[in-house]
Design a protein around this ligand. Structure first.
Ligand SMILES: NC(=O)c1ccc[n+]([C@@H]2O[C@H](COP(=O)([O-])OP(=O)(O)OC[C@H]3O[C@@H](n4cnc5c(N)ncnc54)[C@H](OP(=O)(O)O)[C@@H]3O)[C@@H](O)[C@H]2O)c1
Length: 368
């Protein structure tokens, strides 16, 4: 079976992908940075969480500690020679998902220098037929009007983006473009929209995007039950949400195929309206949210201001209706999943609030 090397392998999307690849008997090399735990322990923990505590066969998994921005990833040269010795598929997932100005250095060093260094390591050790896949974001479209095509876009000033994360991901794509053109890098870009839970089971293990919003609203409902709270959200705008099981199936298809388009937008065909997300939260939580486009700070009460401050990231995505091209994606996937419907998004939100948040609260009480 083919070898697939993945960096940032313990992250949410990557660990779901690793799990799927192991189930299909691929040989997986996971690069994970150690922290208080060693790399292998971190990877195994992530897999156990994503596999809902059930054992997973890890005979085909090798895990290495690495340092994303260091020469040779601070790994032993002989190990690098050995893991890159066959024609492999390399997936660069590692990224900082922070977005704010004060995290700019971290965002840029991880998302830009990290990619430059990955290309260096790949170019030094990989065979000419090996492939480099960069996991980008569909939101690197920034504030673009119109359809975001499956093509490269030039670098732009921060004013063209909602945050530094989007900008850094655009810059990284252009570093890859430069390496394709100048050095013949065999690279592809796969852009994801907002990755949510599993659309069949509802199981949701991410705190990102709409779940970050749900987390904040849930904590507000505990502090101020039965309040009526206006939120600066355009009810008619939409979120493009792609289930994690759909993403991993698409990515596995990429590994299976010899010929893959240069850039693909892995997004849902059907977007979900903000009004649906708000209605679901109103059903689950003892609080009543009223979406109000253009609600101004000066007109908010104290609780509404609290929500608005907490939404500093998500708020910039509450009036978006972005259209993504999927022609190249469809070339590869033929009949791709059309995305989660409203019912499965409601199930994910319910699962997230009832399980993840409830568990976190009870852990806090156990520790106290
Ligand atoms: N989740 C989404 O909705 C979404 C949407 C579009 C695109 N994407 C892209 O998908 C990829 C994975 O996202 P995710 O949601 O799975 O994020 P995640 O769970 O936060 O995973 C990020 C991974 O990157 C690693 N990482 C971060 N900083 C690093 C550094 N300085 N050195 C080495 N490793 C570092 C993390 O390691 P630690 O655990 O050690 O921090 C983790 O393994 C990213 O490239 C992201 O831009 C995600």
């Amino acid at each position: 079976m083919k070898t697939v090397i993945i960096n940032g392998a313990n992250g949410y999307v990557a660990s779901n992908f690793v799990r799927n690849l192991l189930k299909q008997h691929y040989h997986v090399i996971a690069l994970v940075r150690a922290n208080k735990q060693d790399a292998e322990e971190r990877m195994n923990n992530a897999l156990a969480i994503m596999n809902d505590g059930e054992n997973i066969n890890t005979n085909n998994l090798e895990v290495y500690n690495y340092s994303l921005c260091d020469d040779d990833y601070s790994m032993d040269k002989n190990i690098l020679k050995s893991i890159f010795s066959s024609n492999i598929d390399y997936f660069h997932f590692a990224a900082s998902l922070k977005y704010d100005e004060k995290s700019m250095d971290e965002i840029f060093s991880t998302n830009i220098e990290g990619v430059e260094n990955s290309i260096k390591v790949f170019s030094k050790y990989a065979t000419t037929s090996s492939r480099f896949f960069y996991i980008g974001t569909a939101y690197s479209c920034g504030r673009l009007e119109g359809v975001f095509k499956e093509q490269f876009y030039q670098n732009e000033d921060i004013s063209a983006f909602r945050n530094y994360y989007e900008q850094s991901k655009r810059f990284a794509e252009n570093i890859i473009k430069g390496n394709i053109e100048k050095n013949g890098l065999n690279a592809h870009i796969i852009r994801l929209s907002q990755v949510v839970g599993n659309h069949e089971t509802g199981i949701t293990r991410t705190d990102y995007g709409i779940f970050d919003f749900a987390k904040r609203i849930s904590s507000l409902a505990t502090r101020f039950p039965n309040e009526i709270v206006r939120v600066r959200v355009d009810a008619d705008s939409t979120q493009n949400l792609i289930p994690v099981d759909t993403v991993t199936q698409h990515l596995t298809r990429v590994v299976e195929k010899n010929s893959v388009p240069r850039i693909m937008n892995f997004v849902s065909n059907r977007s979900i309206q903000n009004s649906h997300i708000i209605e679901t939260l109103n059903q689950i939580l003892p609080l009543h949210l009223i979406p109000m486009k253009g609600l101004e700070w000066k007109d908010m009460n104290q609780i509404e201001r609290l929500v608005s401050v907490g939404m500093s990231f998500t708020e910039s995505y509450t009036s978006t209706n972005i259209h993504f091209e999927t022609v190249r994606r469809d070339e590869l996937l033929k009949n791709p999943e059309t995305g989660p419907d409203e019912k499965s998004i409601s199930e994910m939100l319910r699962y997230y609030i009832e399980n993840n948040l409830a568990k976190k609260k009870s852990k806090k009480y156990e520790a106290a």
